[in-house]
Design a protein around this ligand. Sequence first.
Ligand SMILES: [Zn+2]
Length: 59
Amino acid sequence: MAHGAHGSPLLPPRPDPVLARDCDQCLGWGSVVTRDGHHELCPACQPGPTGRQPGDPRP
Ligand SMILES: [Zn+2]
């Protein structure tokens, strides 16, 4: 039985590669690295951690 490290809080975001495919900002990765070295979802092609829904009237 292998004991894995479950529930790591440092998991990188999971971008949607389909959305990122033609993106120039993340070059298809769907995520970008900030100056602090953190991985963030690409703001240009990914919906983002706020999870804005299609048709949401809010900006
Ligand atoms: Zn992108």
